[in-house]
Design a protein around this ligand. Structure first.
Ligand code: UD1
Ligand code: CA
Length: 453
């Protein structure tokens, strides 16, 4: 049986106090709605329908590239009404999985179990037992323990308010069943809304089996209504990721001070000190050592490389046994070959450093190709930009650039060439030459020191 997913995401999210639609607020670097879509897509549905309303255009621009389709719910008349908006596009023979765009951490495996139960003909609902059930729809059972109905908090009587098992909102059922139930839902309730939850009592009346599942952790079905809940869910998610990395053999100095906003592919015997943030796709080879306060994004770091404190790495490829930082900044397009070194207050952009080459202190290398075993002295600047265009610098193998040199691109520095400290290089230097381009020193013996007047 084919699967279609309907994700409710039309609500305003007033309590976020934000101009951005709630479902686009990020958890671990990714919009909450995208978490839900990514997990749902692991089940390979034939279609994912996202019900949009508030901020529809913004939501659509995020959802469309993922292959989901948006259905606009002009007025938010309730969760039952929201699901009904998508049903005309849903195949009557399909299984429908209903998710919420503001419940980001439902695992695909749990969704799969609900779908399986729906395939067997049941209305499958996801419930959770909470210490504080305030605000949620309560799961009402009869004396035999069979689910009879879901009663919303605002409609519940004193006895029902004592119930701790609540509706997460996530459910699955055959489209044919939903098509029978949805048009019959009335809005004669405390909120005057078309409650999706009313289908539970309808299923009971129709003698349709109701199966229920619970998550392993309540956070997996936790919805986000405000920024406090989002921050709490973020911390839980980060803790889960950190625990998994520790189990996989990555040493985190403190799992509560590590943030991963994306994917980390890690080898063995890696050490990560405190306050490290990783984003996007990060690959770390065996025995990589990362000092405190580093920010690493979309980077490949080869085995045995040391990244010292307070370094920032963005879209860089670093080979093996390199050394970076402290206080280094590798910008997009940086390639470091084996055993190369970028030291403190060095910035690189679109630059290749050959094997064994070093830029140890206070340097800017932009649009530069540096060969092997080159020494870049402290304070070297590649002047790659004339205010309009960018130009390239080539520094061949074994060159030595003296400190405080300005290298005005485009320029080629030959193999084994030496640049005298303090030079401003504007012309190519042949192999093995010494280039000095600085004012000559004069010592004036006749000079008299100024005297205070
Ligand atoms: C809903 C459930 C409640 C459950 C709770 C879990 C109903 C009637 N109640 O209540 O049993 O315990 O979720 O969090 O279903 N939405 C739309 N269009 C609408 C209304 C809502 O897209 O017309 C979306 C919202 O953006 C949100 C989700 O549906 O993502 C849930 O809506 P919300 O108003 O938060 O439902 P609750 O009242 O919390
Ligand atoms: Ca809610």
């Amino acid at each position: 049986m084919s699967l279609e997913v309907i994700i409710l995401a039309a609500g305003k999210g007033t309590r976020m106090c934000s101009d951005r639609p709630k479902v686009l607020h990020q958890l671990a670097g990714k919009p909450m709605l995208v978490h839900a879509i990514n997990q749902a897509q692991m089940l390979q549905p034939i279609c994912t329908h996202v019900i949009v309303g508030h901020g529809a255009d913004e939501v659509e621009s995020v959802v469309k590239p993922l292959g989901a389709r948006c259905v606009t719910q002009v007025e938010q008349l309730g969760t039952g009404h929201a699901v009904a908006q998508a049903m005309p596009q849903v195949n009557n023979n399909a299984i429908v999985l209903v998710l919420y765009g503001d419940v980001p951490l439902v695992p695909a495996a749990l969704m799969q179990q609900l779908v399986l139960q729906a395939t067997q003909g049941d209305l499958a609902i996801l419930t959770v037992t909470l210490d504080d059930a305030a605000g949620y729809g309560r799961i009402v059972r009869n004396s035999k323990g069979h689910i009879q109905a879901i009663v919303e908090h605002k409609d519940a009587n004193a006895e029902q308010l004592q119930i701790k098992e609540i509706n997460t909102g996530i459910l699955a059922a055959k489209a044919s069943l939903l098509n029978g139930w949805l048009p019959r839902i009335k809005s004669n309730n405390a909120q005057g809304e078309i409650y999706l939850t009313d289908i539970v009592a309808m299923a009971v009346a129709d003698d349709i089996g109701i199966s229920h599942l619970q998550p392993d952790f309540p956070q997996q079905t936790q919805g986000v209504n405000d920024r406090l809940q989002l921050a709490q869910l973020e911390r839980w998610y980060q803790q889960q990721q950190a625990n998994q990395l520790l189990r996989d053999g990555v040493q985190l100095a403190d799992p509560t001070r590590f943030d991963l906003r994306g994917e980390l592919y890690a080898g063995k015997d890696i050490y990560i000190d405190i306050n490290v943030i990783m984003e996007g796709q990060v690959y770390l080879g065996d025995s990589v050592h990362i000092g405190p306060n580093c920010h690493i994004k979309d980077a490949h770091i080869g085995a045995g490389t040391q990244i010292l404190a307070n370094s920032v790495i963005d879209q860089a490829q670093v080979a093996e046994h390199c050394s970076i930082g402290p206080f280094a900044r590798l910008r997009p397009g940086t390639i470091m070959h084996d055993n190369s070194k970028v030291g403190n207050f060095v910035e690189t952009k679109k630059t290749t450093l050959g094997k064994g080459s070093k830029a140890n202190h206070f340097t800017y290398l932009g649009d530069a190709t540096v060969g092997e075993n080159v020494n870049i002295g402290a304070g070297t600047i590649t002047c790659n930009y004339d205010g309009v265009n960018k130009f390239k610098t080539n520094i061949a193998n074994g060159a030595f650039i003296g400190s405080n040199s300005s290298i005005v691109a485009p320029v080629n520095i030959g193999a084994g060439a030496t640049v005298g400290a303090g030079s401003t290089i504007t012309k190519d230097i042949p192999d093995d030459n010494l280039a000095i381009a600085r004012g000559k020193q004069r010592n004036l013996a006749s000079w008299a020191k100024p005297v205070k007047t």
